[in-house]
Design a protein around this ligand. Structure first.
Ligand code: ATP
Ligand code: MG
Length: 509
């Protein structure tokens, strides 16, 4: 509605970090009773802009108005005083405290725990959250922690809610739940800003989109008046194709043969049961499944990082020589050219050291490759430069500590590092988590290049549409068992989805 008055107005906001202009004279309006999707490529300045509303950063220039009053937000507390709360990508909860204790932590005055518990229950009831106030944070799933973060912000009276890539770590089912809650809050008159790279979420959830490109505001519009292609073009600044290539496999040969693999967790729970399949060279084998269906255990078992109860994993050379991998040292497995890149929920915990620069992080991977690497700093630096160039990593240089890069750029460094190590088998899980569309396509291209070089790729992904477009075959896991293996060409999304939740899915297959 044209008559709506913005509750937040950001005007000419500029923020620089050294030579990097993260935000350049940005204008942005946020309305009550509306869900705004803030879009832009990795490093385009989305998190920085929202951090200035939530009191993490202070603008170099520009003004912020809330309900037409000019405000100064110098701390998260200032932000709360203006009704602004932000859910960050990395949660800030105290593990040993309960939900209720975290929600009320740091509040002034004497706290009546009973009254607090009652208020928490009211918030949960009115928006549809499920929180056990007495549960300790260390016992919670990622989704439960996120719920606590949101309730914490609402408890403090926030009516402007900012969520930075909240679904990056959620399963599709958890995402649906979150979106239902966000819609309830919108209908209750709250202003919601969500940062996400997933276009179908933008189309599903948001009422309006605002787009940043290289730190500048490039436009906003009602979601119903635009589409994924147009939004992507605006983010990138030129037309991009959204199709994923699927070249025919060239001369595929069995490379990894997994037989009757059974894995139990330390507490005795079956994680994989009698899993058997063959991964071919020059082929992308996709692994589909609801998160936690055994994907992680499967890749880790192949890489030698997971104790196995029974079964075998054979590595087959071009000449047919077989080598049993189970029981081998992970470093010896890596020497064969089997690389694992697993992008976990917490991207900085994934084998990169935040305080170290790009070049040193390259060395963490390649230290076994050459004996002289410790004295010869040239090769990691060369590698770092190549990754930066090929993946268009936005960084002032290879001497920049990784933690200063934007989320998506951190990830390009990780995936690029694994691919650059010239693998024969590429095990990759959630490679595009948190990546913008353009970068995701860069990763798909890189994986396709590996396939065409004859690498056997095992690709664990969360996005069924992508699995169906990219992979030659798709193995569907359901609760640790192989529900079926289908050819990627011609497979139906519904059928694969069904196989994910029910062994064999379609019974007459
Ligand atoms: N604390 C910091 N120190 C130095 N540079 C920073 C800092 N925070 C952000 N930057 C830089 O500012 C730019 C914008 O980063 P920002 O995190 O806002 O991007 P983003 O749009 O949120 O990206 P992503 O989608 O990858 O999360 C990037 O070039 C980033 O490297
Ligand atoms: Mg960000």
């Amino acid at each position: 509605m044209e008559t709506k008055v913005a509750t937040v107005k950001m005007r000419d906001i500029t923020k620089t970090f050294g030579s990097v202009i993260a935000n350049d004279k940005v204008w942005l309006d946020i309305y009550k009773g509306e869900i705004l999707a803030l879009l832009g490529e990795n490093g385009s300045g989305k998190t920085t802009l929202m951090n200035m509303l939530s009191g993490i950063y202070y603008p170099d220039e520009g003004d912020i108005f809330i309900n037409d009053q000019k405000v100064v937000i110098r701390s998260p507390k200032d932000a709360f005083d203006h009704g602004i709360g932000m859910i960050h990508q990395h949660f800030k909860l105290v593990d040993v405290l309960t939900a209720a204790e975290n929600i009320t932590l740091g509040l002034d005055g004497k706290l009546d725990l009973k009254a607090a518990a009652k208020k928490i229950r009211q918030i949960c009831d009115s928006y549809g959250f499920e929180v056990d106030p007495n549960q300790k944070v260390y016992d919670m799933s990622v989704s439960q922690k996120q719920t606590v973060e949101i309730v914490k912000v609402l408890f403090r009276g926030a009516d402007i809610l900012i969520l930075d890539e909240p679904t990056a770590v959620l399963t599709p089912q958890e995402t649906d739940k979150l979106f239902a809650v966000l819609r309830n809050m919108r209908n209750d008159g709250k202003a919601i800003v969500i940062i996400t790279h997933k276009m179908h979420e933008v189309e599903d959830l948001s009422d309006r989109v605002a787009i940043l490109r290289h730190g500048q505001f490039v436009g906003d519009m009602p979601t119903k008046d635009t589409n994924a292609q147009e939004m992507t073009n605006m983010m990138v600044g030129h037309a991009v194709t959204l199709n994923i290539a699927r070249p025919e496999p060239v001369n595929p040969r069995p490379r990894i043969e997994v037989k009757d693999l059974t894995v139990r967790s330390i507490d005795g729970i079956l994680k994989l049961q009698d899993v058997s399949f063959t991964a071919m060279s020059g082929e992308i084998l996709g692994i589909a499944g609801i998160s936690g269906s055994g994907q992680k255990e499967l890749l880790e078992a192949i890489a030698g990082l997971q104790p196995v109860e029974k079964g075998s994993v054979s590595y087959i050379e071009d000449d047919g020589t077989r080598d049993e991998l189970l029981g081998k040292d992970p470093l010896d497995i890596a020497e064969k050219g089997i690389t694992l890149s697993f992008v976990p929920e917490d991207r900085l915990g994934m084998g990169l050291v935040g305080g170290m620069d790009l070049s040193d992080n390259m060395m963490l991977r390649s230290f076994r490759k050459g004996r002289s690497v410790f004295t010869d700093r040239k090769s990691p630096a060369t590698l770092a430069r190549r990754v930066v160039k090929e993946l268009e990593v936005k960084t002032p240089g290879i001497e920049t500590p990784v933690r200063k890069l934007s989320g998506g750029n951190v990830q390009k460094v990780l995936v690029g590092r694994e691919i650059a190590s010239a693998p024969t088998v590429l095990l990759t899980a959630y490679a595009v988590r948190g990546l913008d569309i353009n970068s995701s396509h860069t990763i798909y291209d890189l994986i396709n290049q590996q396939k065409q070089k004859g690498v056997a790729v095992i690709y664990v992904g969360e996005d069924l549409d992508v699995l169906l477009e990219l992979c030659d075959r798709i193995l569907v896991l359901c609760a640790g068992k192989v529900s079926g293996i289908v050819p990627g060409r011609g497979a139906k999304k519904r059928d694969v989805g069904m196989m994910m939740t029910r062994l064999g899915g379609n019974a007459n297959e």
